[in-house]
Design a protein around this ligand. Sequence first.
Ligand SMILES: [Zn+2]
Length: 240
Amino acid sequence: MRDGGVSVGTYASLNLGLHVADDPAHVVVNRRLLEEWAGGTVAFATQRHGVEVAVVDPVVGTDPAPTSVGEFDALVSATGAGVAILVADCVPVLIADPVAGVVGAVHAGRAGLAAGVVQEAVAAMVRLGARPDRMRAAIGPSVCGECYEVPAELRAEVSAVVPAAWARTSWGTPSLDLPAGVAATLAVAGVRSVERVAICTLTDERFYSHRAQRDGGATGRFAGVIRRTPPDPGRVGGDR
Ligand SMILES: [Zn+2]
């Protein structure tokens, strides 16, 4: 959700992206608000639409916390660090193995999904002791298959790798259903418990949308954030 922060104008109000020409001081305040909500430090990365996964430990004694842990499109943690990825139409995916206490946040846009970022994140969590059959995943708000129009060649290219992403817009032209592609990819990876939030960022004004800025104008980023909470390791954080 984009409400509850201090950014103004096109970035109003809880913009968490530092790379979008918003006032960095506002973004830092917004990230602090998010950390208060999450109950601990939250790590962000610089996203590149790739498949690199970072293993994150909690930030201790560093003030302010680093603005980015590096160039990664998925962050995983087994040590209680909050991990977040930034989106504004791409798919935020949150994964937890509540038994192992391992969590992950994945930025799954068109390129990352096709390149295998979801599988890479699951594999990284397994290396930290998680098991796919115990994982619970949440697919957050993103542009939906009925809205995400792409050229026919691009649809063919992506659906050759992720068949479930093949879709048509509500007006009948080629499109990609990225959340459906993520859900199918998680299932193939052995993740049985997958919840999807049926919210389209393009049409729901509570969320930032890159594609909804029809003039090519700037907008903010919201985050998918997840953190293991020690007293109740089963709790899975929501989208904020
Ligand atoms: Zn839509």
